[in-house]
Each structure stands twice: as C-alpha cells, then as structure tokens.
Design a binder for this molecule. Structure first.
Ligand code: COA
Length: 681
C-alpha cells in the first residue's frame, strides 16, 4: 500500500510508503490524491498531517520516470490541494525532504521537522529546476536570497537552519508524527487560520541580487544551464503567484527536454550502479574495517590517511625514514589547515582528526590493521617485496590493498601467500579531495574482499568503481590514449593554447597541456622511459628540462608565483621542430573530435576486454577522475548522443590520415553500429 491514512482524534495522518526513499512516482501521487480527497471530504477529519514511513520523507520525484509524459495529479497539483485546503495541513519531515518532497511540504500550511532532517531542492544537479511550485513558494518562505542560493546551488540545509530561515515552523526532538499531531491539535485549539504560502509576500528580490548570482554561476558552474534557469524562475516569484507558477512550468518543461538533463540523470544512476557487481553474492556478511594502516607517507599516502581520519577510522601512517614521515605528517596538518575554512572545520575538529593518524617507522605496526594500503613508489619490484613483508605481518583476514595507478595487481598479489585478500584501491590525487576510487579486482581477489572494500570506500564518502586488473585500469589507460592523440595534434601543427582552449570550451576545467604542466612532465616522461614508449613532443619538452609549473616552463610558461599558463615562443619553437615546421589552424570541433573519439574507442576496448564492466562505469571514472564535464554525461554517454556511426566514420578517417592502427574503430564499436545500437541501448 503506497499511502495509508490513520486517524487520531479527528486528525488524518497520511503516511506515504514507497521504499527506498518515498520517491513521488506516478502511482504514489495518484493514491496520495485519493487519500487527500477522502480526508478533505470526511467531516470527521479536521486537520491533515502528511508523513512518511521508512528512512526518509519524500526524496523527490521518481527520477526514473522524469522523462515520461507528465500525468496528473502532478506534484504541483497536490501541493496546491494541500495549500487550498480549508482544514489545516501539516508536513511531518524526517530524513531528507528533497525536490518534490519539499514542494509537497511547502504546499502544507505548516512544517515540522526532525532535528536531524535536511531539506533542499536539488533539481539543478539533474539539469532541471523544481517543477511543482518550489521556485515560487521557497522565496515566499525564506526570502529571495536564501531561496536563490538553495535552488541554483541544489544543496540541502539542516533542519536547524531551516527553522531559523522560516522554512520549518518547529523542530521535533522525539517522534516526528507525534510532534506533528500535537502541533495540529494546537492549531485547531487556537483556531489558527491556514497559513498559505502563496499569499505571502516575496522579500529581498532585487535586480542586483539576480545579476550577481548569474555572474557568479557563469564562473563557478561554467557550462551548466540549469542553475541559470533556476535564477530566472526565482526571479519570476515577484510576479503574481499564478503567473510565476506558469513561468516555472515553462522553464521546467524546456529543461526536461534538454540534453543536460538526459546526461545528468544518466550520471545519477551510473554513479550508484558503479559500486554494484552483478556477480557479487548479495548475502555476504558485512565486514567492518575498524583500523587501517597506510604504508608510504608521500602525497598519496598522506592524503589517503586523511580520508580515514575524516571518516573517524584510526589509521597508522608508516614510513621508513623519520624525515619522510615528518614531511608526511606536516603535509597532513597543512592540508587540514587549508581545508579548514572551506569545509567549516573548527580547530577542535582538526585536532580530533589529526589525533586519529599515528605516525610510525615500524612496518610491524600494520599488524593490527583490518585494511593495509600500500602507497610507495610506482616500482613493481619494490611493491612486490613490500607485499611479501606485509604478508608476514598482517593479521589473518586483513585486506591488503595497493594504491598503484598502473602496476600489475596480479603480480603484486602473487608476492603474498594470500592473493585472495589482495586488491587495488586506486585513489586519485589529491586523495583527500577527489571522490573517485578505482576498486581493482585482481584474478584471485575474493568477493567478500571486494564487498568490504566497497563498504569502506563508501564510509570514506568516496565514489568506488569496480574494474578488473589490467595495465592502467580504466582511467589511466584512457588518459594514455588522450595523451598520445594530444601529442599528435602538436606534431600535426596545432598550438598547445588552441588545443587547451578547445577542450576548456568543451567543458573541461583545464586543457590537457595545462594539466600536464600541473602534474609535471618529468613524471610521465620517466614512466614512458621505463616501459619503452615515446611521445615525441612531450619527450622533447622534458628533455629540454621543461617539466611544467615546477620549472616555470612546460607546454606553457609561468611567471614566478603564478599558475596561469602563458603561450611561450620557446615551447612553440621546440614543438615546431618536432612537427617538422608544420603549422596549421585546427577548428575547436576538430580538436574535440581528435581527442574525445579515441577516448570513446578505448572505452569500447575496455568493455570488450572486461576491464570495465559497464559503459556507465567508464563515464563515472572520466567525470570524477579526469574532469570530463558532468553535463555531457561522460565520454560513452556523449558518444551515444553524437551517434556511433559518426564516431566510427571519423575514427576510420583519422586512422587512414595518421596511419595509426590504434585509431581504427574497436570491434565493439563496429558491432554496435551494425546493430543500430548505442552503448546504452
Ligand atoms: N527517484 C528514484 N530513485 C531514487 C531517488 C529518486 N528521487 N532518490 C534515490 N533513489 C534511489 C537510488 O537510485 C538508490 O537506488 P538503488 O539502491 O537501487 O541504487 C536508492 O534510492 C538509495 O539512494 P542512495 O542515493 O544510494 O542513498 P543515500 O542514502 O546515499 O541518499 C538521497 C539518499 C535521497 C539523499 C539521495 O538518493 C538523493 O539525493 N536522491 C536524489 C534526490 C533528488 O534529486 N530529488 C529531486 C528529484 S527531481
């Protein structure tokens, strides 16, 4: 039963029950309307409470249905019904009241929230705006400024802040339904007139407020359309209520037809799917990680240790030399200090987190850890030797993970007598900031080890994506492909600044060459030399001592103390030498095709080889690890939007023109074209 009406002394409590998050599906809306109509018509009912069963109040529209035709009763209709009721209506909010859930609650005359509840209108994160009156009612309740921040940013606010802002009327410490019933009785006793949000004035609206927000969003949310549309909708709240609603409806419909909505909806589901493995038994006993050890206190090791401390898990950070350990611990303190302001951390919070990280110079201190993560230099022999030692030290049942970004995890696992306990946990740098973790399943990794690792990754608030062990896994293998093609563009006469500008215009936060300058050209140069491969332009720059930002010169030059890449005639001269004097202007579209299509092709190969399990997993890796613009959905989703035949044809032409066999369309891509399918259907 989706909605159940309970009666308590003349008050009808409508309890919505649609697990897991009480999403407002079409079916739920219809049953809710029936129950609401019945309560409104029942002379024995004098007030109505809307509450939810399970872990949360309504967490929004059913996202899976959002692209279907909209059928009454819509959320806006239900909200209007609650608002126009002659009987007092009260929302009893626990968990999260999001999107259509909060819109429903704002249709009520009053809102009671549990102390731990959170409220928000996150539609912009899906490329939408609220479509059930949210953009018109929220400004009337909390004023234009906060409404604008909440609707254009999509972030939730805590119940306490909602109370202070006037979004909720009372906080409940105990049982939320009891509190709402008590509130309803009070309203009836006092014969309070219904407080209809649509009748409230809008405060704080001004052209300057909206203009400032637009300017800010264009900078901070570059490329995202929905936040700007959200500003227009909130601006319309200054119109008479019905006109404002009509404007909201029109904008909402345009957004629902947009490519950005399709892309971001795909991302929502792909993110959640990436951590699920079809062949992972559902009934695995949960394995609790209570303590961790990280070996290697370099940038990665220090960052990983911070992730555990942030999640309240004690962690031992192990190094061989005292000065290296001290450097790691100092780095952690500096990182905390610099993130304190951004994350609103008090000195007490920082102190508690730092106290959870214990430095050690003895590998033996890893003996009690439930999870040991190795983060030493990227040298296979070194790692194998270390895993041999860890094997002797670690307690039985401990999970042994390597943070390698491209070494052979099977070979590392084979250095132990318990390869079933070994896997890769590839964090991205800076590890305490980046959410992506590639969970690398080696040939012998046991299913419970994968399941426990996924669990701990989620506790660290990371986004785990399971991949199979293969050189470079998913992310770095695709990066290698893009690096090769970016280098080739320069060999063919493009300039680094033109390539970067095209990729930034496509939506990446920075271009591939500015990114290389930031990472350091020496690192990848050494890695290439180790495996005997070459990138002609990148090698020439590195050989000339141009290592990027750290030397003030790479593909670009940098003025001292500045991170702004500036075109550099010396770099251009070195590039021209490799290019044999060729210089040609490439259109932005051509640059994008030459860098993105090979990425798609490599993605198809990764799927075929079983390194990646689903095309959506590849998208998640690219979005969260490599700056692919979220509103394009990731390379595989983007490929479907472009159309696979066009990509196949372009790759064929590129392979012919460059003589590069790797650019020939992957068999999976060819097959999909033949079948008239995309990667997603
Ligand atoms: N519609 C359909 N399904 C939804 C949903 C929605 N609005 N919100 C969550 N779900 C599903 C998830 O897909 C997931 O399904 P799965 O278990 O099959 O993977 C399940 O509910 C649990 O969600 P999850 O995000 O894994 O749980 P959580 O506890 O971490 O977070 C929320 C819960 C509600 C905070 C989070 O799911 C969320 O932000 N949802 C989206 C809310 C939203 O955008 N609403 C506006 C829609 S216009």
């Amino acid at each position: 039963m989706l909605v159940k009406t309970e009666h308590s002394g003349g008050i009808a409590v409508l309890i919505l029950d649609n697990p897991p998050v009480n999403a407002l599906s079409r079916a739920l809306r219809a049953v809710l309307k029936e129950n609401l109509d019945a309560a409104l018509a029942d002379p024995a009912v004098s007030a109505i409470v809307i509450a939810c069963a399970g872990r949360t109040f309504v967490a929004g529209a059913d996202i899976a249905e959002l692209d279907k035709p909209r059928i009454e009763p819509l959320t806006g209709t239900l909200a209007a019904c609650l608002e126009q009721s002659a009987k007092p209506t009260i929302a009893a909010i626990h968990g999260t009241a999001l999107g259509g859930g909060l819109e429903l609650a704002m249709g009520c005359h009053w809102r009671i929230a549990a102390k731990e509840a959170r409220l928000g209108l996150p539609e912009v994160k899906l490329g939408l705006i609220p479509g059930g009156g949210g953009t018109q009612r929220l400004p009337r309740l909390v004023g234009s400024k906060l409404a604008l921040d909440m609707i254009s940013g999509g972030e939730m606010i805590a119940a306490e802040a909602a109370l202070a802002a006037g979004l909720v009327d009372e906080l409940a410490a105990g049982d939320i339904r009891e509190a709402a019933l008590a509130f309803a009785r009070r309203v009836l006793d006092e014969k309070r007139a219904p407080r209809r949000v649509c009748d409230l004035p809008v405060e704080g609206a001004s052209a300057a407020l909206f203009d400032e927000k637009r300017t800010d969003l264009k900078k901070r949310q570059r490329g995202f359309e929905a936040p700007l549309d959200a500003v227009a909708a909130v601006e319309a709240a200054s119109l008479p209520f019905a006109q404002g609603l009509a404007r909201e409806r029109a904008i909402f419909e345009t957004r629902r037809q947009s490519g950005q909505f399709r892309a971001l909806r795909h991302v929502f589901f792909a993110e959640r799917e990436a951590a699920k493995l079809p062949d992972l038994p559902a009934d695995l006993p949960p394995s609790e990680i209570r303590t961790a050890a990280v070996i290697g206190a370099g940038t990665m090791g220090a960052g990983i240790a911070m992730c555990f401390a942030n999640a309240g898990i004690p962690v031992t950070l192990i190094e061989t030399a005292p000065d290296a350990l001290q450097r790691g611990l100092d780095l952690i303190r500096r990182n905390y200090e610099s993130s304190a302001k951004r994350q609103n951390l008090s000195p007490g919070d920082i102190g508690r987190r730092v106290a959870l990280i214990k430095g050690s110079l003895a590998l033996g201190d890893a003996a009690t850890a439930d999870l040991v993560i190795e983060a030493v230099f990227e040298e296979l022999d070194l790692k194998r030797k270390l895993f041999g030692e860890i094997d002797r030290i670690a307690k039985p049942g401990a999970i042994l993970a390597t943070n390698t970004s491209y070494q052979d995890v099977d070979a590392i696992a084979a250095a132990t007598r318990r390869p079933e306990d070994v896997l890769g946990l590839h964090f991205f740098s800076p590890a305490h900031v980046m959410r992506l973790v590639e969970v690398v399943r080696a040939r012998k990794t046991a299913a419970p080890v994968i399941a426990a690792s996924l669990g701990v990754a989620r506790r660290l608030k990371k986004l785990p994506v399971v991949v199979n062990a293969a050189p470079g896994f998913v992310g770095n293998r695709m990066l290698a492909e893009r690096s090769r093609e970016a280098d080739r563009l320069l060999q063919d006469g493009a300039l680094p600044q033109d390539v970067d500008a095209a990729m930034v215009a496509f939506g990446f936060p920075m271009g591939p060459f500015a990114a290389s300058d930031l990472a350091g050209l020496d690192v990848s140069w050494r890695a290439r030399r180790a495996i005997g491969t070459r990138l002609p332009v990148a090698d020439a720059l590195a050989e000339a001592g141009r290592f990027g930002q750290k030397t003030g010169a790479g593909y670009f030059r940098y003025e001292s103390g500045s991170r702004t890449p500036l075109p550099d005639s010396e770099a251009d001269r070195l590039i021209a030498k490799v290019a044999g004097g060729k210089r040609r202007l490439f259109s932005a579209a051509e640059i994008v095709e030459r860098l993105i299509y090979p990425l798609v092709n490599e993605g198809a190969r990764l799927l075929e080889e079983g390194v990646a399990f689903r095309p959506g997993d590849i998208d998640v890796v690219q979005l969260y690890g490599y700056g692919f613009p979220a509103w394009r959905g990731g390379p595989m989703f983007y490929a479907d939007e472009v159309g696979l035949p066009a990509i196949r044809d372009r790759l064929n032409r590129l392979a012919r023109d460059t003589g590069e066999q790797a650019l020939l369309p992957a068999p999976l891509l060819e097959r999909r074209v033949k079948e008239g399918r995309g990667f997603f259907g």
